[in-house]
Design a protein around this ligand. Structure first.
Ligand code: BDR
Ligand code: CA
Length: 330
């Protein structure tokens, strides 16, 4: 009999966030992955709120892993934006954080970027970083110890938009939320010499978790103190109202969960290779641009940057099936 491959060790860098919570549940429960730590960042709410949510979700999903608090704002503080409370609610969890009735673990004493460096250095070549918020913690980790780039197995990012199927931006016409929250950090992370896969709006907008799909989670998924499916159904009510009002969809996009599905089943996605840069000035601030042309010899701002992988197509039925199956396993 073929031996099953060992689960992939993952540090989850996140700004929970309703879709972050969904992604974390899948990551924590899929046998192909092994959650090693949660690192938090500002984004969907302030970092105190997202960190508290990281602690609450670790408790709800029964994960005994370190939770380390990260950046409170972008690398360039003068570039600060408002938090997305209109999307994820004041508590970042659609007003449902109080449903979680479990003893929360204490925060790790280290800042998130330090924890990332420590864990990567302890196991060179092993750790996959999955980042589904602004990329500030990853950029700080690279600044602190550039040597980690050669020791990370892979970086998977939910963020950006590259124009496939006219998917270009959700905060401005050309900028996606995680990237515009810290464009300088994103540019640093995409230009670093480590393998990055970018799961942007090009593919996340292809997978809609409809109201009936979400409703079907109710009563499923064991959690500490409350059923996970019941919690996610309640938490997505606010999130769904937001997407109904802006895009007229009767459901929510599978943003952050798509990054986890990529880690589990990369064959569900089509990739395109080429260096990626982020616009950091002017009205296109936060725009992500990949140079996927054949090299012509001309020197451009993309020259010398490593080829990264951008997801340009997805099989949405696989994302939906893999997420749903995580509720049968418990
Ligand atoms: C991304 O922004 C956040 O609001 C979501 O959690 C997701 O990571 C989508 O643009
Ligand atoms: Ca997120």
């Amino acid at each position: 009999m073929m031996k099953k491959p060992a689960p992939m060790p993952v540090i989850f860098d996140t700004d929970p966030g309703i879709d972050d919570a969904m992604a974390l549940y899948l990551l924590a429960h899929h046998p192909a992955l092994e959650l090693r730590a949660i690192t938090t960042v500002f984004g969907n709410a302030g970092v105190d709120v997202t960190s508290r949510n990281g602690q609450l979700l670790a408790a709800l999903f029964d994960q005994q892993v370190p939770v380390a608090k990260g950046a409170a704002g972008p690398l360039h503080v003068d570039a600060e934006r408002e938090f997305s409370v209109h999307v994820h609610g004041d508590d970042g969890l659609g007003g449902m954080a109080a449903m979680i009735d479990a003893e929360v673990p204490a925060l790790d004493a280290r800042p998130a970027s330090q924890l990332i460096c420590d864990m990567v250095n302890a196991e060179p070549g092993a750790i996959t970083l999955i980042a589904v918020g602004p990329l500030t913690n990853l950029a700080l980790a690279l600044r602190h110890d550039p040597g980690i780039a050669a020791k990370v197995h892979r970086v998977i990012v939910m963020g950006g938009a590259f124009g496939t199927q006219a998917r270009c931006g959700n905060v401005t016409p050309v900028a996606e939320a995680n990237i515009i929250n810290d464009p300088e950090a994103a540019d640093l992370v995409f230009s670093a010499d480590w393998p990055v896969v970018i799961v942007g709006l090009d593919v996340t907008h292809e997978t809609v978790m409809t109201e009936s799909y979400l409703s079907n989670l109710q009563g499923r998924g064991a959690g500490v103190g409350v059923c996970v499916g019941d919690f996610l159904w309640q938490a997505t009510r606010h999130y769904q109202d937001f997407y109904q009002s802006v895009d007229g969809i009767n459901g929510v996009y599978a943003h952050d969960a798509s990054a986890i599905v990529y880690a589990i089943e990369p064959a569900a996605f089509t990739l395109r290779a080429g260096p990626v840069r982020v616009v950091t000035e002017g009205i296109a601030r936060g725009q992500t641009i990949q140079d996927f042309r054949k090299p012509s010899g001309a020197v451009t701002p993309w020259s010398g940057c490593p080829a990264q992988q951008v997801c340009i197509a997805v099989r949405p039925e696989r994302v939906l099936a893999i997420f749903d199956q995580a509720f049968d396993a418990s």
